[in-house]
Write a protein that binds this ligand. Structure first.
Ligand SMILES: [Zn+2]
Ligand SMILES: [Zn+2]
Length: 124
C-alpha cells in the first residue's frame, strides 16, 4: 500500500503505514511529533510505549500518587513536571493512547526514546 518512506528508518516499505504521535508538555513548553512508521518500527515503538507508559483508560481514575517516573522508574510523585502523551494507530482502525510523567532530568532521554525533537524546544 504505502510507497513512502518510514519516517523513523527512512526507507520505503511495503504494507500499511502506522501513525505515531508523541507529545511532551511542561507548562508552556511543548514538543510534538507526527511520524509515519513501517510495521517493524511501529512494533519497536509500541514495545517501548507499553513498557514505559500506561495505557489511557478513561473509565479508570488514574492514581497520580502511585505513579513512577516513566523513564527512571523512581517513585517521587511531587517532582514529575513533564507529562508524556502518545497517541498511536498500530493498526488502521485501532487507536491507542498512553500517558506518563517524567522528571526534568529524565525529559531529554525520554524525548530521545520517543523520537521527539528535543532541540526544537529551544529555551525552556
Ligand atoms: Zn521503519
Ligand atoms: Zn525520572
Amino acid at each position: 500500500m504505502a510507497q513512502v518512506p518510514c519516517e523513523l528508518h527512512h526507507v520505503r516499505f511495503r504494507g500499511p503505514a502506522r501513525y505515531y504521535y508523541p507529545t511532551m508538555v511542561h507548562g508552556q513548553s511543548q514538543i510534538r511529533q507526527r511520524l509515519r512508521l513501517c510495521g517493524e518500527c511501529a512494533a519497536d515503538v509500541r514495545g517501548f510505549c507499553e513498557e514505559a507508559l500506561e495505557p489511557v483508560q478513561p473509565e479508570l481514575v488514574s492514581q497520580e500518587e502511585d505513579r513512577l517516573c516513566a523513564y527512571c522508574r523512581t517513585a517521587d510523585p511531587r517532582h514529575y513536571p513533564w507529562a508524556v502523551f502518545v497517541t498511536a494507530y498500530w493498526a488502521a482502525d485501532a487507536r491507542s493512547d498512553y500517558y506518563g510523567r517524567v522528571h526534568d532530568l529524565c525529559a531529554e532521554p525520554m524525548a530521545a526514546s520517543l523520537s521527539l525533537p528535543w532541540l526544537e524546544l529551544g529555551a525552556r
